[in-house]
Ligand binder design. Sequence first.
Ligand code: NAP
Ligand code: G4F
Length: 335
Amino acid sequence: MKTAFITGITGQDGSYLAEHLLHQGYKVVGMMRRTATPSTERIEGVLDQIEIAHGDLLDQSSLMRLFDEHKPDEIYNLAAQSFVHASFYEPIHTGEVTGLGVARILEAMRLVVPEARFYQASSSEMFGKVSESPQKESTPFHPRSPYGVAKVYAHWATVNYRESYDLFCCSGILFNHESPRRGLEFVTRKISEGVAAIAFGQQEDIALGNLDARRDWGFAGDYVEAMHLMLQQDTPEDFVVATGETHSVRDFCDIAFARVGLDYEKFVKIDPRFYRPAEVDLLLGDPSLAKEKLNWTPSTPFKELVHLMVDSDVSRRLDEGRTLQAGELPPSLRG
Ligand code: NAP
Ligand code: G4F
C-alpha cells in the first residue's frame, strides 16, 4: 500500500484529495499545524481513515521528523497562506509559508526521502498581469501580489529540485477551483453563503469589490484528480489545470442570485475595502497538455458549480436538509 503525505489537509483541496486517495487505496497521512482550535471540519468524514501528523511549513525539523517517521511515497504540498487579499497585509508571513515553506519541504524530501514523488500547488496567480490568453505552461509569469510572488519562488524551487537533484517534482499550475468547502473569504463562497443568508432573511446585502475581474473557475473535486495523475507519470512535468472558460465575478453573482429567484443588482453593494492594491484582471487557462498527457478533463460546468455552491449553503439552512430546486424559493421567502 502506497503512503501519501498531504500538507494542508484541513483546507479545501486537502479534504478532497484525501478522499480521492483513500478511494485509490492509499494510506493517507495528513499534516496539521498546531492551532488553539483545530479546524478539522472539512475532514470529519475521513478522520477515522487517515493519520494526522503534527507539523508546520515554518518548522524544517518537523518536516524532516515526519518524513522519517512515515516514509511517504508521494508528498502533496497543499499548505499555504492562500488568500491573495491577506497577502498584501501579511507579505512577510505569506513569503515565509507560501514561498520559503516549499524550500523547507523540498530540502526535507531531498535529505530524508529522495525517492518520494512531490506535488507543488502552484497557482494561476503567477501569471498575474497576463501577457497572452489563454495562459499555458510556457506563458511568462508576472505576479501581482505578495502571494503570487511567493508562489513563483515556490514554483521555481520545485523545478530546480527536479533539475538539480533529479527528484520527481511536479508543479500543478491550477486555476481557481471552488466547492461548498471553499473558505468563506474567497469571492465565490462569500457570494453563495451571502445569497443563502439573504434568501433566509439573515442578511440584507453582500459587500464586494471588483465585479469585473474574470477567473477560470472549476470544481475542486475534479482538480485533485489531476494532482494525483501528475505523480503517476513516467517523468515529472508541470501542468496547467483549468476549464478553458472565463467568467466575471458579476456573472457569478447573476447566476447565484437567480438560483433563489433574486436579482443580484438589488443586493450587491460595492465596498472599496475589497479592492486590491493590484488586481489580476483576467485568468483563462489552456488545459490542453493535461488533457493530452494526463487524460484529464474537468467535469463540472460553470453554472453547475455556482448552483452546487448555492444549493449547499441553502440546504444547510433548510430544516429538512433537502436541496433547493431551481426556481423554488426557500420557505422564508414564500409569500
Ligand atoms: P486553503 O483551503 O486555504 O488551505 C490551506 C491549508 O494550508 C490549510 O490546511 C492550512 O491549515 C494550511 N496551512 C497554512 N499555513 C500553514 C503552515 N504554516 N504549516 C502547515 N499548514 C499550513 O487552500 P486550498 O484552496 O485548499 O488550496 C490548496 C493549495 O493550492 C494552496 O497552496 C493554494 O495556495 C493552492 N491553490 C489553490 C487554488 C484554489 O483556487 N483553491 C488555485 C491554485 C493554487 P489551517 O487549517 O491550520 O489554516
Ligand atoms: O476569490 P478570490 O479571493 O480568489 P483569487 O484572488 O483569484 O485567488 C484564489 O485563486 C488563486 C488561483 O488563481 C489561488 F492561487 C489562490 O490561493 C486563491 O484560491 O478573488 C477572485 C476575484 C479577485 O479578482 C477579487 O478582486 O474576485 C474579486 N473580488 C471582488 N470582490 C473579491 C471580492 N474577492 C474576494 N475575496 N472578496 C470580495 O469581496
